[in-house]
Design a protein around this ligand. Structure first.
Ligand code: CU
Length: 134
């Protein structure tokens, strides 16, 4: 998929294509953007349940001029409650700009927010996406 992103960046409008390439990785998945990166992701299982462990699969696509990430961190918190998870997600890199975060758990219902920290060149791009759990 990294090849797809790179090709796309060369052939077409970079931000648009990087976005498409990243979302195409996980059909039906979600997409978040920062200045330098597009992140496509989905949860596994697709439907997150209170108190059940789940994983997040993600693809990080650098936009034009951005380097591939040096590190990717996945976390989540409840902004209104000012607390995070009781577990720390472990992120494992896979080929093609993909990553898999394991061991997440949302221990209560309400509005959570995924946090993706993508680090390269001494800077961190923080991307977030909400998920309301009933
Ligand atoms: Cu809470």
């Amino acid at each position: 998929m990294k090849v797809g992103c790179a090709l796309a960046a060369i052939l077409l409008a970079p931000s648009m294509v990087a976005a498409q390439a990243c979302i195409a990785v996980f059909p039906g998945g979600k997409q978040v953007e920062s200045a330098r990166y597009s992140v496509g992701f989905r949860t596994q299982p697709e439907r997150v349940a209170v108190g059940k462990h789940f994983s997040v699969e993600l693809a990080v696509c650098p936009k034009a001029g951005a380097q591939p990430p040096e590190s990717v961190r996945v976390d989540a918190h409840m902004p209104e409650h000012r607390h995070g998870m009781n577990y720390k997600a472990e992120v494992v890199a896979a080929p093609g700009g993909r990553y898999r975060a394991e061991g997440l758990m949302f221990h209560m219902p309400g509005r959570w927010e995924f946090i993706f920290d993508v680090r390269s060149g001494g800077r961190t791009d923080r991307l977030t996406h909400p998920l309301v759990l009933e």
